[in-house]
Design a protein around this ligand. Structure first.
Ligand code: F6R
Length: 659
């Protein structure tokens, strides 16, 4: 998804601010992007070299850099994942040609674009300018009424030059500034703030916005509806970004904008208002991630690092909940025990890997807690008219806490008066703030686009929740619970043992490196593991991979099984192992190659496979936490063998903030 950064820095040269913008855009890269751009308001004192070409003289320097008369410099690149490199070169050339004297204050904005409306070309890359070249904006989200707004703007004489839904925002702000009678007098930061208030009131859809105006030197105005936006503050620097990792290197003094809030910022000045202009006090965020956690630290890529961080992600998620005396505590969810006892039905909702974690939770909650549990894809649940009431617990599962489909489904649940609990990795994320209760996973920042450690942490948190409910509602004996807690506590060590098989998994990837059709099958809790294994392979290796409930194979998909197809079975020992083996026999009989996830030393399973992925034994309902790991590694090695960038797979975004 698009990434936004805005900076205002005191006693800075242009190069300082461009460096901060570039660095922040690099840390937003993981969200996925196809083009990028920056804009800075040029303070006259900074210009010591050859003055930049004016907008009147064509608006574009020969290398695609734009400079307006009103001293906003813009550079863009639509070179796909090479955009940030190209942008860095343009910034260097610009600073060389214009000069770099220190000035009182410099403001700028930057953007990585993940195309929705309009092709990934430079004209559609952000920042986008108003006609008079005085206002530059960056936008994440979708403006649903852009067509009507654009038509009206054109009637009023504005010239729209991009194919985007976003450009109207720059022109609307220009119009509002023009309507403002106090033109060119008074506080221009305040005038921009007011123009943005009027503009966002006219917008339908979702937005995270950052805006600079050449006449409001050093001021950034930012606004938010649905799409996330975080503000970071230091004594001489303010930053606004789409997510926390972009800010971690500068400050932990952060707050998140809420829906329909607008903020006006300069170092030493902050004014936060609601959409009507009433002032609000920001609520600080509590972020305990450190900068190193969001860096590669010598690993080849983030995905590999994060796969190896899984033992600590699970350990940290258990910490403080699993007490040394073998009992469980879950005070932090904000629900009283009576409220949790009153629940009659559970819905679990999420997307992608988070949905798969929710599927595992359905099995455990139904089995341990004996509560009817539905699990649904957020984008489906939201629009299928589900029936909920105050005795329904709706559990939203989301690594980012920002996925728009899940956020909307949870809002629908709240509208129906259900109790909403969120399992998320991002403290104070939108879902965490809006939910009635939160259960944080403690996986640390996940930068690789494909979820790995956060997925395992989600399953862990959901298993804890299920055990807590079982204890509260008396559906399991105390002794059963304490055995399960002991088994949970052993998982970090068993994950380390699983990761120790990495080299063998790499050999299995070599063995099937030429295959291009994979089926992942499993039964019971092995079924969501199969779906997750297939998703990982699709996402990063770009291979045809289908996930199926093993028993369902014979109802159609088995027609596709033939020599050359690889069937990956989740064959750790559960009650349904024999039935799964029957399904494996069916695919072997039709010529498929078979790879099985099996418990360490289980020769009976190994005999039925062309290759084995070993995992330690655990309680069958906890097994997904181990079984998924070799499948993540298999996808990883196949992706590397195919020469893919595992951290930034094509077409994907880390946080999906459009529906
Ligand atoms: C898969 C993956 C996605 C996310 C999905 C939900 O590896 O990362 O399928 O799981 O986009 O994202 P969150 O969990 O942030 O709501």
């Amino acid at each position: 998804m698009c990434g936004i950064i805005a900076v205002s820095k005191r006693t800075a040269a242009l190069a300082d601010v461009l460096d901060i913008l570039r660095g922040a855009l690099e840390s937003l890269e993981y969200r996925g992007y196809d083009s990028a751009g920056v804009a800075v308001v040029i303070p006259p004192e900074a210009v010591t070299g050859k003055a930049p070409a004016g907008k009147a003289s064509a608006g574009k320097a020969p290398d695609g850099q734009e400079v307006s008369d009103d001293k906003i410099w813009i550079a863009k690149s639509a070179a796909g994942t090479g955009s940030l490199n190209e942008l860095a070169k343009k910034c260097e050339q610009f600073v060389l040609s214009v000069g770099n004297a220190p000035t009182d204050i410099v403001a700028g904005i930057g953007h990585t674009r993940w195309a929705t409306h309009g092709r990934p070309i430079e004209a559609n890359a952000h920042p986008l300018m108003s006609c008079n070249g005085e206002v530059a904006i960056v936008h994440n989200g979708i403006i649903e009424n852009y067509f009507e707004l654009g038509a009206q703007l054109q009637k009023d004489g504005h010239e729209l030059t991009s194919e985007t839904d976003s450009e109207v925002i720059a022109h609307l702000i220009e119009s509002e500034l023009a309507k403002d009678g106090s033109a060119d007098v008074g506080d221009n930061g305040e005038r921009l703030h007011k123009a943005v208030l009027k503009t966002v009131a006219a917008l339908k859809g979702s937005f995270a916005l950052a805006i600079v105006w050449s006449k409001a030197e050093g001021t950034v105005v930012a606004a938010r509806r649905i799409s996330p936006l975080i503000v970071g503050i230091t004594s001489d620097l303010i930053l606004v970004a789409s997510d926390i990792p972009a800010l971690l290197g500068y400050t932990r003094e952060l707050f998140a904008l809420e829906d329909d809030q607008v903020v006006q910022l300069r170092p030493g000045f902050l004014k936060l208002t609601d959409i009507k202009g009433a002032e609000i006090e920001p609520t600080p965020m509590n972020v305990d991630w450190d900068v190193q956690a969001a860096q590669r630290q010598g690993w080849d890529d983030f995905m590999c690092k994060e796969i190896h961080e899984q033992p600590s992600a699970v350990r940290d998620t258990l910490m403080g909940r699993l007490l040394p005396n073998g009992t469980l505590t879950l005070d932090e969810t904000r629900f009283s025990d009576d409220e949790l006892r009153s629940i009659e039905k559970v819905f679990i909702v999420g997307c992608g890997s988070s949905f798969h974690a929710g599927m595992v939770a359905k099995y455990v909650i139904e089995h341990w807690v004996r509560l009817t549990t539905e699990v649904d894809i957020a984008s489906e649940l939201r629009y299928r008219d589900p029936i909920m009431d105050s005795r329904t617990l709706v559990v939203g599962v989301s690594q980012s806490g920002e996925t728009i489909d899940t956020l909307r489904a949870l809002r629908e649940a709240k509208r129906q008066k259900a109790k909403v609990l969120v399992v998320t990795n991002v403290v104070d994320s939108s879902m965490a703030r809006e939910a009635d209760g939160v259960l944080y996973t403690r996986a640390g920042p996940e930068i690789g686009v494909a979820s790995t450690k956060t997925h395992l942490a989600q399953i862990t948190a959901l298993e804890i929740l299920a055990l807590y409910l079982a204890e509260l509602r008396g559906t399991l004996y105390r002794q059963e619970i304490s055995q399960l807690l002991k088994a949970l506590a052993k998982l970090p060590l068993k994950l380390e043992q699983t990761l120790a098989h990495e080299a063998e998994v790499s050999l299995v990837a070599d063995q099937f490196g030429q295959a291009n059709t994979f089926f992942f099958i499993g039964r019971h809790v092995g079924y969501p593991v199969a779906l997750e294994g297939a998703l990982k392979l699709k996402e990063i290796a770009y291979l045809q991979a289908q996930g199926y409930a093993a028993g369902e194979l014979k109802h159609g998909p088995i027609a596709l099984i033939e020599p050359g197809v690889v069937v990956v079975g989740v064959a750790t020992r559960t009650l349904l192992w024999e039935k799964l083996m029957a399904n494996i026999a069916e695919v072997r009989a039709r010529g498929a190659s078979v790879v099985l996830v099996a418990n360490q030393g289980d020769t009976e399973t190994a005999e039925r496979a062309d290759a084995v992925l070993w995992v330690p034994t655990t309680h069958p309902l906890l097994a997904p936490i181990l079984d998924i790991v070799p499948l993540q590694m298999l996808a990883y090695f196949l992706a590397i063998k195919h020469g893919n960038n595992v951290d930034k797979p094509r077409n994907l975004a880390k946080t999906v903030t459009v529906e």
